[in-house]
Design a binder for this molecule. Sequence first.
Ligand code: GDP
Ligand code: MN
Length: 361
Amino acid sequence: MKLLEYEAKRVFSEYGIPVPKGAVIRAAEEVAAHLPDLGDGVVLKAQVDVGGRGKAGGVLMADRTTAAETARDLFSREIKSVPVREILAEERLPIEHEYYVSIAVDRSSGQPVVLFADAGGVEIEKMAEEDESAVRRVVVSPLLRDIPPFLMRELLGGAPKELAPVINSLYHVFQGKDAMLAEINPLVTTSRGVYAADAKLIIDDNALARQGIAVNRDLSEREREAEKHGFSYVELDGSIGVIGNGAGLTMSTLDLIEFYHGRAANFLDVGGGADQERVMHAVKLVASMPGVNVIVVNLLGGITRCDEVAKGIIAAGVAPTVIVRMAGTNEEEGRQLLAECGYRMLESMDAAVKAAMEVAE
Ligand code: GDP
Ligand code: MN
């Protein structure tokens, strides 16, 4: 479960990480009451569950005279198609330098891995692509309560030592909250000390009960819809929708997208024996997520018949381009039906994913 920035900052603060003074507002008029606490410079940040809000117009600078007007403006926006219902109004920090730090589980060793970069704010993937040495990485034994000093030195390189306690506290958050990811981007230095200017915290869904968090608390409308139909459905943050039958095929499709540096928006496993009706619901559901502009349908026909699938896709009649790869029972009939309605059916999973990437770009 991914927390919103203000929820994550509340947790960080409990663990002693300095965060800017701030308040959550749900209407522009509410900002006035908080201005005395926030000082002259104010940052207004849309509390939406998308990355890169800054670039997408979801983080606006204001001062006490423009705060209400700017909040009104922000409430009227959609950030990557997500409407703004809550804004975090914060004091504006006099930032000297922005750093990046994150802690995640290293898949190969199964241990926490800490990433640190001297340049924060920008996307870490881009940074690593452009200059691999810009990102430092250490693996910490999960048995340790703290990041050992020698690893911390390796991580920081020439960066200020005052960052160390904050990074160590982030490690405590990561351990204490059963996190999959704890990230501060940017972690900033100011004349008043170090602050987490942004906060991201994803809690392992398997640990929600232990963390005392009610499961299903925040299911989106689409997730509830998926549950109703018995689909396995997960949302990510790219632009390619994925539909498969069976966990293996669905995951392989995702892996292939990743391999070609694409980003899936979501994925849905329709399960076994999907008929026309189920396929139609699946396609509609995947297409209804904002930001999806192409859908890869990758199915193996067995009990599932390709002609049924084709009819379901056609019946869904959605706006995003649907690219199909299927093989098996009644494949030819399926191909025929799809071709008549102008859908592309490709021979291999590889070709289908590549075609989707072209549309996505
Ligand atoms: P994201 O784009 O969703 O990751 O949102 P961030 O919270 O990281 O904000 C985007 C950018 O806004 C940051 O990289 C900072 O450069 C800038 N920013 C955020 N808070 C402050 C602040 O308090 N003062 C200043 N000067 N800049 C800020
Ligand atoms: Mn950020």
